[in-house]
Write a new protein. Structure first.
Length: 212
């Protein structure tokens, strides 16, 4: 019964929202709006569960002295400090805490995010180097296209030849856009197929326990 009820809810709600999207009415639109409000409420509970899972994971890591366990103290301390500052800083007379929260975000969180993205930039450059090695016709085409695009977005490209920016724009707007739309069509069909499998009860892995 614990599995049949969620499956029935998914089936009924999935069919209802499918029909509501294509055949809207005043009643179905009102139900849809109320459902969105419930979704926000459920998401709030999901955040609480996520925070509990995070705390439990790091407490267990500290208890068992797993690899890099001292960093778990920093994670838990940051979670507690930022949460308290964010909540208490909204009360009258405690504006200083809100200012501390803002400064911690601006001078600690933002630089760390920038550092992470900087590392990703080097990783992407390394991956691009491996992908652009002309071992086949497709790789050679990718190499030439990437070369023209990189030259087209910097002033040096226009100095070398004034048509390079136009070529780069054509590559981005025609072949690249066509490939992107093909990928989006594939993603859309995949989402539709997966949604139908979930609504019809064919895919049950979301229930947990092996999905049986």
């Amino acid at each position: 019964m614990r599995r049949q009820i969620p499956l029935m809810l998914v089936l009924v709600l999935g069919i209802f929202f499918f029909i509501q999207f294509f055949v809207p009415s005043r009643l179905s639109t009102n139900i849809y709006q109320v459902s969105l409000q419930w979704l926000i409420l459920i998401s709030a509970f999901a955040i609480v569960l996520a925070i509990g899972s995070l705390v439990n994971h790091h407490l267990l890591k500290i208890k068992r002295r797993r690899e890099h366990w001292p960093y778990s103290y920093a994670t838990l301390a940051g979670l507690v400090v930022m949460s308290l500052l964010g909540i208490l800083g909204r009360f009258p007379g405690l504006g200083l805490l809100d200012e501390i929260y803002y400064r911690l975000y601006l001078f600690v969180q933002a630089p760390m995010d920038a550092a992470m993205f900087a590392i990703l930039a080097f990783y992407m450059a390394s991956a691009s180097y491996r992908a652009f090695r002309a071992r086949s016709k497709e790789a050679l085409l990718l190499l030439v296209s990437g070369f023209f695009i990189m030259l087209g977005v910097i002033p040096l490209g226009a100095l070398i030849w004034d048509r390079i920016p136009d070529i780069a724009e054509w590559i981005m707007m025609v072949p690249n856009m066509a490939a992107k739309r093909g990928i989006l069509f594939g993603v859309g069909l995949g989402i539709t197929a997966t949604s139908l499998k979930i609504i019809l009860g064919i895919e049950r892995s979301w229930l947990g326990g092996g999905g049986k």
